[in-house]
Design a protein around this ligand. Structure first.
Ligand code: CA
Length: 719
């Protein structure tokens, strides 16, 4: 086990004090840094007192421990919001997806951007105080299924905690941005572990999981001592090699639910890549556990079984890491149905009793309300179009699968698809109205068994590639040729978690819109893929205010008060495994934008998307080679450049727009790794020279198609 502790004791050097105790006296700022008066000394009591002592702060990923993302601030309300304008903005110099939630503590805003560059800025002006770059190798992007995502930070006792795409957990001095300790959280660097989620801190410990299930890894969460970085405990989410001893007692229980096959060689999955929530009422920490690796259950566990703890919510004792209870949303996951989506805690009246509940709307399309005392399922309402199961049986707590969508023998359209009916996009809970506001979407997917399975019945892990058991290139074509495909759609919901009723629904122009913020000003804020930032009325869903921010958005807004003034902030930028839309007006601009009443700043002029497709070299390959190129593209390239090569999910280059020079460099880029510094790795380990050229010919064919479509559209638009 690799837990090399690299204590970068900057504080010891500078002040001779121990790493356990951040200094109370100010140290001199480094050249180019502005001194702040804040030390972000956040602890359990300060977070517990946020509503009474500092309602204008945003202290944790979800604002407080309950992670309800609801603000009691009311200066910006349904009457005054018409005067909302840009107070300040700051460009982030990135074309990668921007998903982060900022923290606002003692007048300082902290946020992180792709490749985990952490910023501290003045919350009133956006002036930079410090910036920390952990120098994540850009080529790490290849190991991340869905982008160089960075969803957030944690603050605790004068430190800011960040976790990096390449698997490190780092404690920064909140005043200077200097690292005080750093640990490598990855147990096996031969596997494609990444971190995109925000660490959480409580009870003197920092909790962090990881991603990588699409590639084939085994999930786990580790707790580290917040002061020193020493490992406190580790909880694996799926069993390992059956010939080795169980790492902890829960693995014995889990192992009984995996039958046949060699899942540990593939990885098993169950990564905790987003939600980890601390519950001070029970001194629990809840893990939202991800999908199986591979996705298809018969490839992973051919003898059946529930495959614990895939797609589960697991409650651990915060001090020991021992399990108290679990609830599995999708036993024997067969569809990439992660249960990693944001979890929020609340006290609500349900069935005539006051209950302490946990709420989650995971990918599988059911909204769960679970009793935090014992893990008992209280509600499981459908919140979107769901075809994989008819309902959840509240007595057994188990979903009832729909045999009509079983895809073992024939390909089947299934809803939700792997994008989920709701993904990591943040929700917000208005306790007075008893409404959860969140975006949902219909992103249907045609599930089919891989050709390899037809031939051998086995699945062999492919290092350096996706190991989902799903052949994306082939499925892309099946979906395109499907006579009656279900349609994509996006919604914003005002959802009652107890009754399952929607008080209102806004149908949106595209699927995959941003996270949500609700406030006591009777407003619900959300950024959309269209580039519109909107304030909806909490009671009716009517648009009360909107502004075009010239960039798609997926991140959640926050609000805070600084020097008596209420602000709203959102990080703009598209992507993060997005399905994308060829109709997006602008694409992605990484920027932090902050609003206030009477804000007068103006955003720079928008940059419209380039829709120019230069003439490519001649298409020379046979049809069979182009088709092979399509399958390879779906398997290997689509994760970044989008299935079908339309690349509209974010700012990653659209390969149909390559110029002659880039075409000439194809092999040097794809096999030679000449653009590694930009994140485009060499794929010589998984592609032959012939297959590289088949991919190139496929891209030429796609470019020719795009040129024809553009010409036809121009002809139709001509007077
Ligand atoms: Ca997944």
């Amino acid at each position: 086990m690799n837990n090399a502790l690299k204590v970068v004791c900057v504080l010891v050097f500078l002040c001779g004090c121990s790493a356990e105790d951040p200094p109370a006296t100010a140290e001199k700022p480094a050249v180019g840094q502005v001194q702040t008066t804040s030390t972000a000394v956040v602890d359990e009591q300060r977070i517990a007192d946020i509503e009474t002592n500092e309602p204008g702060a945003w202290l944790t990923f979800g604002r407080n421990y309950e992670e309800q993302r609801f603000s009691p601030l009311t200066d910006i309300n349904r009457e005054t919001v018409k005067d909302l304008g840009v107070a300040w903005y700051k460009d982030l110099d990135t074309y990668h997806p921007v998903q982060g939630t900022p923290l606002v503590i003692d007048g300082v805003m902290y946020f992180s951007t792709p490749f985990n560059i952490v910023y501290a800025v003045d919350a009133g002006t956006g002036a930079e105080i410090w910036r920390y770059d952990p120098e994540v190798p850009r080529v790490t992007r290849r190991r991340a299924c869905c982008g160089a995502n960075a969803r957030g930070l944690a603050a605790y006792k004068g430190r800011i905690y960040t976790a990096t795409l390449d698997g490190r957990l780092i404690a920064l001095d909140a005043r200077s941005g200097s690292p005080t300790w750093e640990v490598d959280t990855v147990i096996d660097h031969a596997r494609e572990y990444t971190i995109t989620g925000a660490p959480r801190v409580a009870a003197g410990k920092v909790f962090i999981g990881n991603g990588g299930a699409e590639y084939g890894v085994r999930g786990y969460v580790t707790a580290y001592d917040a002061a020193t970085g020493e490992q406190a405990w580790r909880f694996f989410t799926v069993p390992g090699d059956p010939s080795a001893p169980f790492e902890h007692p829960e693995m014995e229980l889990a192992a009984k639910t995996w039958k046949g096959g060699e899942w540990w060689k593939i990885g098993g999955g169950g990564t905790v890549w987003n939600s980890i929530v601390y519950d001070p009422d029970f001194e629990n920490v809840y893990l939202g556990v991800g999908n199986g690796s591979p996705w298809t259950r018969v490839l992973r566990s051919p003898g059946g079984g529930d495959n614990l703890f895939l797609a589960s919510i697991v409650a651990l004792d915060v001090h020991t890491g021992r399990m108290k209870w679990y609830y599995q949303t999708t036993p024997g996951d067969n569809w990439d149905y992660t249960a990693v989506q944001d979890m929020m805690l609340a006290d609500i009246s349900i069935d005539g009793a006051e209950r302490k509940v946990l709420m989650q709307a995971p990918k599988n399309g059911f909204f769960y309300v679970i009793d935090r005392a014992d893990g008992k399922l209280l509600r499981a309402h459908k919140f979107a179009t769901v075809t994989w199961a008819t309902h959840v049986d509240l007595d057994t707590g188990r979903p009832v699968e729909n045999p009509d969508t079983a895809y073992l023998d024939n390909p089947k359209w299934v809803l939700p698809g792997p994008g989920g009916a709701h993904n990591w996009h943040a929700m917000s809970f208005d306790a007075d109205r008893r409404l959860v506001y969140f975006g949902s979407h219909d992103l249907p997917f045609l599930f089919a068994m891989p050709d390899e399975y037809e031939k051998t019945g086995l699945y062999k892990r492919r290092p350096g590639q996706w190991n989902t058991g799903v052949e994306f290139g082939r499925i892309e074509r099946l979906m395109r040729e499907s006579p009656d495909p279900p349609q994509n759609a996006g919604f914003l919901n005002a959802f009652d978690p107890v009754t399952g009723e929607k008080k209102w629904v806004v149908e949106q122009d595209f699927a995959w819109n941003g996270g949500v913020l609700a406030t006591a000003g009777d407003l619900v804020f959300q950024g959309a893929q269209t580039g519109k930032f909107v304030a909806f009325d909490s009671d009716s869903g009517e648009t009360r205010w909107q502004m075009d921010l010239h960039s798609s958005m997926v991140a959640p807004p926050i609000t805070y008060e600084h020097e008596g003034r209420q602000f709203v902030t959102i990080l703009t930028g598209a992507g993060g495994g997005a399905p994308g839309s060829a109709d997006d007006l602008y694409g992605s601009t990484g920027r932090v934008v902050t609003f206030a009443l009477d804000g007068k700043a103006e955003l720079p002029s928008p940059v419209e998307r380039n829709r120019d497709y230069p003439e490519p070299p001649a298409l020379t390959a046979a049809v069979a080679d182009i088709e092979r190129g399509e399958v390879l593209f779906g398997d290997i390239c689509g994760a970044c450049h989008a299935p079908g090569a339309f690349s509209s999910g974010g700012g990653i280059p659209d390969l149909r727009q390559m110029n002659r020079e880039t075409h000439a460099e194809w092999a040097a880029i794809v096999l030679g790794g000449s653009k590694r510094d930009l994140g485009m790795d060499s794929f010589a380990d998984v592609l032959t020279a012939d297959d590289s050229e088949r991919l190139h010919q496929y891209m030429i064919a796609r470019t020719i198609e795009a040129r024809k479509e553009t010409a036809a559209a121009e002809a139709a638009a001509a007077p």
